[in-house]
Design a protein around this ligand. Structure first.
Ligand code: HEM
Ligand code: HEM
Length: 258
């Protein structure tokens, strides 16, 4: 019986140290800190100087890749990374509000803010693809739409940036609140992956269905993210243009030699 529980806990990411579990896997941690750096670059480059718009666009497209990666990892990643394990129902929210929620991972309100952050980032970067700065920088897909629509999407891009900044501020304040007031350090698990949990939470933390996430799933998520980032950055269109030029060239050479 004891041996079974130990196996179960190991399988779900429990540590040899009692009460310690593997909460955030490496992909989630790399995703989070890369996202933090790239979002900071996107915001600073947009605000600072028109000359930095190329960097802004590249940061934005990287963010699209990161968000796509996280959405897929939320389906095929490890236990605590999966949306199915943290997207809350009404009953979770109610029991959290009454102080009765006992589990590990994103708490119900935290989970809602994580979803809002991911959605807002996708919308922000998505509108950026069609935006223009009235000078010489346009998003890579801006020429697919009328100028008026591009202008409207630019307006939405500006508007959403305020909501995004507000949500990021709230996110950092909430983490600080947990740290200073609730004496719960959420940052450490986001760096090391490990979290100390109270014994009464351990059964939920180490369910038999616990899963670490496989390298194959990681590669699939990375490839899809790269493909989407490549397509929206216009790389696919460049490839088509190059292919069209090569075939036109081949055709004219063939005609000349005929
Ligand atoms: C641009 C700034 C940031 C953005 C866009 C951002 C976004 C996110 C997202 C999307 C998650 C969910 C992680 C996942 O499940 O994949 C998350 C979680 C988290 N973030 Fe951030 N973050 C930012 C800055 C920070 C900073 C500066 C800190 C540290 C002070 C931080 C600490 C955390 C922690 C501790 C969690 C886990 C919360 C929990 O245990 O429920 N974040 N963040
Ligand atoms: C989540 C990612 C992104 C964030 C946080 C972000 C943020 C911002 C912000 C704050 C501004 C306003 C700067 C100002 O005050 O003038 C801006 C402008 C702009 N962004 Fe983004 N952006 C993101 C993604 C993108 C992407 C992917 C593109 C296109 C490749 C893009 C293209 C533009 C353009 C063309 C403008 C200029 C609009 C103007 O000058 O009126 N953005 N962005």
């Amino acid at each position: 019986m004891k041996k079974n529980l130990a196996n179960e806990q190991r399988h779900a990411g429990a540590s040899a140290i009692p009460g310690r579990i593997r909460l955030w896997d490496l992909p989630v941690r790399i995703f989070h800190w890369t996202l933090t750096v790239v979002v900071t670059i996107a915001i600073i480059s947009a605000e600072l100087d028109d000359d930095l718009m190329e960097i802004h666009g590249k940061a934005g497209i990287t963010i699209i890749g990161l968000v796509v990666f996280r959405l897929i990892w939320g389906i095929i990643g490890s236990t605590h990374a999966r949306f199915a394990n943290f997207v809350p129902g009404l009953s979770d929210i109610r029991s959290y509000m009454k102080g009765r929620w006992k589990n590990v991972g994103h708490n119900p309100i935290g989970a809602l803010s994580v979803l809002a952050l991911l959605l807002l980032l996708a919308a922000q970067a998505g509108t950026g693809l069609f935006a223009n700065d009235d000078i010489d920088f346009t998003g890579p897909l801006a020429n697919l739409v009328e100028t008026t629509l591009s202008d409207q999407l630019t307006g939405i891009h500006h508007l959403l940036a305020n909501f995004l900044l507000g949500l990021i501020a709230l996110h950092i304040i909430a983490i600080g609140f947990y740290f200073f007031v609730k004496k719960d350090n959420l940052i450490k698990p986001m760096i090391t992956g490990w979290k100390e949990v109270k014994p009464e939470m351990l059964p939920q933390a180490t369910t038999p269905s616990g899963f670490r996430g496989s390298p194959a799933a990681f590669v699939i998520a990375c490839l899809i993210a790269l493909a989407v980032a490549g397509v929206v950055s216009g790389a696919a269109r460049h490839t088509e243009t190059v292919a069209a030029k090569v075939s036109a060239c081949t055709f004219s050479v063939a005609q000349r030699s005929a």
